[in-house]
Design a protein around this ligand. Structure first.
Ligand code: FE2
Length: 389
């Protein structure tokens, strides 16, 4: 064993904690730029978070025009506003798109290039970022999925190149993640499941990241899976169950820690080109590939997969092969209870698009691909995509 562990995000966790937002922001500056989606503002999700600013007379601007799965042009208006306004801190309130949006703004507010310039693809290095200039970010997630509140990642889509890429920049780690399960109560059942399965995949993929994983990240992966498996089904069936919402919020945050330490591999390597080419919501494409990647990986590292299988069925007895087989079936059953499209054909994907997805994965996602415990060539990836069709 030979590794170092560091994680810079302060996690403030618990029901009603979002009411502390103004106070938390004040630790990083006078003037806050808060980004969210209009739907969330209309639902009143920011009410208690903003109340503190008004009560304490603190200055903020609320930007409500974040789009789901934002494209590079979607940032332009917010970048102009934040450059003109001399803000001290950027806050993202919402799902992964909102938190990611805040992180990208934290760079673009003080750097000259467009947002895509800072995206790091396997075949395209990003423009340099001066960490001292990046604005501090506060993250307030309203879904239990992306884990963006504890990662240095921000996902951006480029329609010109039909690519989806990620800014990977340590200086955009949020200073503080306020994880308030009460904000997740109103999340519809299908989105609870879609985002929850994304979190599950973060932990699963990070567990199979041969390059970056450590015993410490392994522990976090298994614990994330344990919390998600226990609480996602209830949160899906009864969104008002606070025990389940809290359990899922914790599980998803753990899974976020896992990707910030180890990182996703083949699943997300396929997911990014698919999001860009097909327009699938991120969590949906994650679900589409999850089982196929697992089946094509096993029995490689079957001895480690046993640890995951045992989370699903601790009392199951059998040979290692039987435990593995039962574990895969358990994950299949786990996913089957959630009612949302889980095949590429549900999205009208064409055979040409299948080829593009595979080419893109090899072309600009080869770095995470090569971190997986099993090597997959173009033909293997093609088989995985077709098994997900
Ligand atoms: Fe993800």
């Amino acid at each position: 064993m030979n590794f170092s562990v560091e994680h810079p995000v302060r996690i403030v966790f618990g029901p009603a904690k979002s009411a502390d937002l103004a106070e938390v922001c004040a630790q990083y500056g006078e003037k806050a730029f808060i980004v969210t989606m209009s739907e969330l503002a209309n639902l009143g999700l920011l009410k208690s978070a903003l109340a503190g600013f008004d009560q304490q007379g603190r200055e903020y601007t609320l930007y409500t025009d974040v789009k789901p799965e934002p494209q590079k042009e979607d940032f332009d208006a917010a970048i102009s506003a934040i450059r003109e306004g001399n803000y001290d801190v950027v806050v993202g309130v919402g799902g992964g798109s909102c938190v990611d949006f805040a992180k990208a703004l934290a760079i673009c507010a003080t750097h000259p290039h467009d947002v895509w310039s800072y995206v790091n693809l396997s075949n395209k290095p990003p423009k340099p970022v001066d960490a001292d200039k990046v604005l501090p970010v506060i993250a307030v997630p309203t879904t239990s999925g992306t884990g963006s509140e504890v990662t240095p990642f921000s996902v951006v889509i480029n329609r010109d190149t039909m690519q989806e890429g990620t800014i990977k920049e340590p200086s955009i780690f949020p200073k503080v993640a306020i994880v308030d399960p009460e904000l997740m109560v109103g999340l519809p059942a299908n989105w609870t499941a879609i985002t929850g399965v994304d979190a599950f995949s973060h932990a699963l993929e990070s567990y199979f990241n041969k390059q970056n994983r450590t015993p410490y990240s392994d522990m976090i992966c298994l614990e994330a899976i344990r919390w998600i498996v226990e609480h996602l089904p209830t949160a899906y069936r009864d969104g008002s169950d606070m025990v389940a919402r809290s359990g899922m919020a914790y599980g998803a945050t753990l899974a976020g820690l896992a990707i910030s330490m180890a990182g996703t591999t083949v699943g997300h390597a396929l997911v990014h080109p698919t999001d860009a080419r097909v327009g699938t919501p991120h969590g949906v494409s994650v679900s589409i590939y999850l089982l196929a990647v697992l089946k094509h990986t096993l029995p490689t590292e079957g001895d480690r997969f046993v640890n995951i299988a045992k989370i699903f069925a601790p009392d199951f007895q059998g040979s290692q092969n039987e435990v593995i087989q039962h574990g895969v079936e358990s994950i299949e059953t786990f996913l089957a209870q959630f009612d949302f499209p889980k095949k590429l054909s549900d999205y009208g994907v064409t055979m040409d698009q299948v080829e593009e997805i595979v080419d893109d994965t090899v072309g600009y996602m080869f770095r995470p691909l090569n971190q997986h415990v099993k090597s997959f060539n173009r033909d293997d990836l093609h088989a995985i995509v077709m098994d997900s069709y």
